[in-house]
Design a protein around this ligand. Structure first.
Ligand code: CIZ
Ligand code: SF4
Length: 303
């Protein structure tokens, strides 16, 4: 089916269902074009709490749609592609966190938003790549267990000059597909470009970067910069957004830095989800009640 027909169907269905499309920065460019709101996981979580419409179509991965449901329990949240998980979030389970809790009973357990509701339910506070350092700095005298991203934990420990107990998890896109070798090669091809890197990348890459920040932080930094060329060390979806929004600048992506889960969502799957109101996110009430708390605490601390 041609694209314009699908887009028109989605527009009509959105009106009929009173639905809003929340779209993550790593989605396909054509999905980004349909967004009511486009952003990182923090932007979208905050946005979800302000909506009047009863239906959210979350174009991203499962933990993001689940977070929207936790923050807006009365809304219907659809994940167009139900198999779109996050391999980083899969690096921690509720049982594992309970075991760690026994080992470190006095620690504050900080869950990256890239975790399941079951894991959030066992933790004290959530953070995203946009607010991790600010929130961790608010617990100066506490022992911290940070999960599940080992690179972000190591980076935070370095920046905040403190010990952080690191969980053995990683995002394969940032940890394995964004390599020092690729970054060195991009730097030698584009010696005038500034390097922006996501904190889920390895420390060897972060130590070369001019700026380390999440995706929305990258957009803000570039739009306020006088430079013209940028190497963007994160998933390539963000680069397509930047090229559209800042067409006078030059952006160099890291070849192959593609998250296959993020790319599962298509115009077809959005249309089908809205047409059939399918792939509805549900969370067992006993877990939801506990998992909401660290998310809400994060939003309070981010204000
Ligand atoms: O927090 C997010 O949205 C992720 C996973 C990437 C980023 O930093 O925007
Ligand atoms: Fe998960 Fe990494 Fe994909 Fe983000 S880019 S959804 S952290 S696997």
């Amino acid at each position: 089916m041609i694209r314009s027909v699908l887009v028109e169907q989605i527009r009509k269905l959105k009106q009929e269902r009173r639905a809003v499309l929340l779209v993550h920065n790593y989605q396909h460019s054509e999905v980004q074009d349909l967004a009511d709101y486009l952003g990182d996981s923090l932007d979208l979580a905050i946005r979800a709490t302000t909506l009047a419409e009863p239906v959210i179509v979350f174009c991203g991965v499962h933990f993001m749609a689940e977070s929207a449901k936790l923050l807006c329990p009365s809304k219907t949240v659809l994940l167009p592609e139900h198999t779109a998980g996050c391999p980083l979030a899969d690096c921690a389970t509720g049982t594992q966190v309970r075991e760690y809790r026994e080992k470190y009973p006095d620690a504050v357990f900080v869950a990256y938003i890239n975790t399941s509701a079951e894991v959030k339910a066992e933790c004290d506070i959530c953070v995203t790549s946009a607010n991790a350092l600010t929130i961790l700095a608010k617990f100066p005298d506490k022992r911290i267990v940070y999960l599940p991203d080992k690179n972000l934990a190591a980076y935070a420990a370095l920046k905040l000059k403190r010990e952080i107990i690191v969980w053995p998890g990683q995002c394969y896109v940032h940890d394995s597909l964004i390599t020092l070798k690729k970054i060195q090669s991009l730097r030698s091809q584009h010696p005038n470009a500034k390097l922006l890197a996501h904190p889920e990348a390895p420390l060897s890459v972060l130590s070369m970067a001019d700026v380390v920040t999440g995706t929305s932080g990258m957009i803000k930094w570039v739009s306020e910069s006088d430079d013209m060329e940028f190497i963007i060390a994160t998933e390539v979806g963000l680069v397509s957004r930047m090229r559209k929004e800042l067409p006078d600048r030059l952006f160099y992506e890291v070849p192959g830095a593609i998250c296959s889960s993020m790319k599962l969502t298509t115009l077809h799957s959005i249309r089908d989800a809205l047409q059939n109101m399918k792939n509805v996110i549900t969370i067992p009430p006993a877990i939801a009640e506990r998992a909401q708390k660290p998310l809400r605490r994060m939003l309070e601390m981010t204000k």
